[in-house]
Design a binder for this molecule. Structure first.
Ligand code: FAD
Length: 346
């Protein structure tokens, strides 16, 4: 009998797999290899909302868990997973410089925002009003995370590359049976495919399409993640990640010319050296009406859990939220009501 079955192979499913494994539990992890939001994500984690200069919900608690969690996971993988890079928010005018300084002194932000704007120049980037620097930021290589995790758990015979067949799940009072395997519980982490799940399909998940560009810019030497109207992030060698768009009214998940033009127009406002577009990617973020994850268990079927709605911050939220779910399942600890799916019970 396994402790848990996990369904879904994106950032959410990977994080559950490691959370359970690192705490000594046995898993059966089932995921297919469809390209999803997690394959497109730059994996940036950043504890400040850079539009309004406010802290992300529970940012400090999430950061406190993020670093030890991914560092521990990294020790099992053959490639680097966590890349610590400062985020430099390009300031748009004098007023914004003043707002940055003022907000950075707030008690809930002083550990996250560096007070004095930076006036260093970066060759190729126009920033007449300088930058505000955010602490405790970086990016998670999501493809290394997923591929490395699949391989690790496959070797342990705890991973199966397959589409989960909902009809093959039998739910008993104290355990579930999937085909010929038994487990104490099952957690679904299917991202935007949540509506296919017979037990959790009514949760009000909203898709939000995002597109990014990968550019090649040989002349740009960047050791920071620049945030202006779009992110510009050093990726590999001369490659940089530019994104992203947000679109709730999408028709399909394909890359579009409209998004490409939008990203180029925003990038050209501050990147002043030639570059070449080498790729464009798109995906659908699993977002929620109240911007809080969907975590918790089915109101009647106590062995069925959901872990979804990571929005645009999966790499920051998932280690923290998965730990709280683990504690809820094994010690009965309450989770923050804002993310518990019982908020939709009525
Ligand atoms: C353009 C873009 C940029 C982004 N940038 C960032 C960023 O910088 N930082 C950040 O933190 N987040 C970012 N995000 C958001 C992030 O990608 C999502 O929050 C995250 O990927 C959601 O992960 P998930 O595992 O819940 O869902 P998904 O990524 O959708 O993964 C779910 C997986 O489960 C599989 N699955 C579903 N149903 C089944 C089934 N029945 N059987 C088997 N497998 C199944 C799917 O095929 C999929 O592989 C970005 C998103 C986009 C689109």
């Amino acid at each position: 009998m396994k402790d848990v079955i996990i369904v879904g192979g994106g950032i959410a499913g990977c994080t559950l797999a490691w959370q359970w494994h690192l705490q000594g539990k046995s898993i059966l992890w089932i995921a297919d290899d469809t390209v999803a939001s997690s394959h497109v994500a730059a994996g940036v984690f950043n504890p400040v909302v850079l539009k309004r200069f406010s802290p992300v919900w529970n940012a400090q608690e999430q950061l406190d868990l993020l670093f030890p969690f991914y560092t521990q996971v990294q020790s099992y993988l053959s490639e680097p997973l966590l890349h610590l890079k400062p985020v430099w928010r390009r300031l748009h005018d004098e007023k914004e410089r003043k707002t940055w300084t003022r907000k950075s002194m707030r008690e809930d932000l002083d550990n996250l925002m560096v007070t004095n704007p930076i006036d260093d120049s970066i060759e190729g980037i126009e920033a007449p009003y300088g930058y505000g620097m955010v602490n405790h930021t970086g990016w998670l290589d999501t493809n290394v995370y997923m591929q490395g995790s699949f391989e690790y758990f496959k070797k342990r015979e705890e991973f199966e590359l397959a589409i989960f067949d909902y009809a093959a799940l039998n739910i008993n009072k104290d355990h579930v049976t999937y085909q010929d395997r038994e487990a104490n519980a099952i957690i679904f982490a299917e991202g935007i495919r949540l509506p296919e799940n017979p037990w959790f399909k009514n949760l009000p998940l909203q898709g939000n399409k995002g597109e990014i560009l990968i550019i090649k810019c040989a002349g740009l030497k960047l050791d920071q993640i620049i945030k202006s109207s779009v992110f510009l992030m050093p990726f590999k060698e001369d490659l940089f990640w530019v994104g992203a768009t947000y679109d709730r009214d999408y028709i399909d998940s394909d890359a579009t010319e409209v998004a490409r033009d939008y990203l180029i127009s925003k990038l050209d406002t501050f990147l002043k050296i030639p570059y070449e577009i080498v790729d464009q990617k798109s995906g659908i973020r699993p977002t929620t009406v109240d911007r809080r994850p969907f975590v918790g268990n089915h109101p009647e079927l106590k062995n069925l859990y959901v872990f979804n709605g990571m929005g645009s911050r999966a790499s920051l939220v998932a280690p923290w939220a998965s730990k709280l779910l683990f504690e809820k399942m094994y010690t009965g600890t309450e989770m923050p009501a804002e993310m518990d799916i019982s908020r939709f019970q009525n």
